[in-house]
Design a protein. Structure first.
Length: 304
């Protein structure tokens, strides 16, 4: 049995999220079906991917990580007529077989103790917004959320500063069965990229125009379902002057899920990075993170 690490990216616009669901097009479903087809796996349930972070319907990933446990003889089927080893052969075949909205960045032999989900130290998401102060590049419409009115970034950052640390985000997230909404946010900040008249800077290359967009960069050890988009929704309401900061403070202090704290549109959210510890700490990290988190008692120090 071999464990593979698979790094990939996808445009979430036409997917019902990562997790396989009967009758729906999902990233996991498409990738697993592709693997089963390439490797001639016909028995049910087939190969199974374990992902670092389950993205919701419509959410994108520029860097997603998953792992796959596979029998060596099954993996060897990827070679076929190719003059190469099994793992690079599988990578090549998947790149050719997957649809255009999924890309395989790399497939490698996972180091001992690696678990795509539980070994991760932190996840970094970016949420991109265009407001009334700028005209966004229309090529970015699938990964940017448009907001009417001009946003007050300073007020939005006052709110996000309160999210940093270990909190129960139960007002802004849905726990997994048997799980918790307690998360440790390590960084959260909105910023506006200065607008420029042209993406050409004289260097001889042109890139997509990101100028004028407002972006939230948020990093946490993990995120509960809809957590980032729900925080974004509240931040936008505060940035437009429709909500007071004190309202958010009360919701953070007294976690209770309700309709007023629903998520912002999925299109603006992208999973950008997943950080893992050094190879010799992978197994220890996985064991630690499997423990159910709790808020420290008053006066006690948070667990690290």
């Amino acid at each position: 049995m071999t464990r593979l690490r698979i790094d990939c990216a996808y445009d979430g616009s036409d997917f019902h999220g990562w997790a396989r669901q009967p009758g729906l097009r999902t990233v996991q479903g498409v990738m697993e079906n592709c693997l089963n087809r390439i490797l001639h796996v016909i028995q049910s349930p087939g190969l199974h991917l374990v992902v670092a972070g389950r993205t919701d319907t419509g959410v994108h990933a520029s860097n997603q990580t998953c792992h796959l446990d596979i029998d060596d003889d099954v993996l060897a089927r990827a070679i076929g007529h190719l003059d190469m080893q099994a793992i690079p052969a599988l990578e090549l075949r998947m790149r050719h077989a997957l649809p255009d909205d999924i890309a395989i960045r790399h497939i490698s032999l996972a180091p001992d103790g690696f678990d795509a989900r539980f070994s991760a130290l932190e996840r970094l998401y970016v949420y991109r917004v265009s407001d009334g102060s700028t005209t966004p590049d229309p090529r970015l419409r699938h990964c940017v959320t448009a907001v009417r009115g001009t946003l007050d970034i300073d007020a939005m950052n006052e709110m996000m500063a309160m999210c940093v640390g270990l909190h129960d985000f139960g007002s802004f997230a849905t726990p997994s069965p048997g799980g918790t909404t307690i998360r440790e946010v390590k960084f959260a900040r909105w910023s506006r990229t200065p607008a420029s008249p042209s993406p050409y800077d004289g260097s001889g290359s042109i890139s997509l125009e990101d100028g004028g967009l407002i972006s939230l960069t948020i990093i946490a050890d993990a995120f509960a379902r809809s957590m980032v988009r729900s925080l974004v929704n509240v931040a936008i309401q505060i940035g437009l002057g429709k909500r007071e900061l004190s309202w958010f403070v009360e919701k953070l202090r007294h976690p209770r899920r309700e309709g007023l704290t629903g998520p912002a549109a999925a299109a603006g959210l992208t999973l950008e990075h997943i950080e893992y510890p050094s190879d010799d700490q992978l197994a220890e990290r996985a064991e630690l993170i499997r423990a159910k988190r709790q808020l420290p008692e008053k006066g006690a120090q948070p667990r690290t």
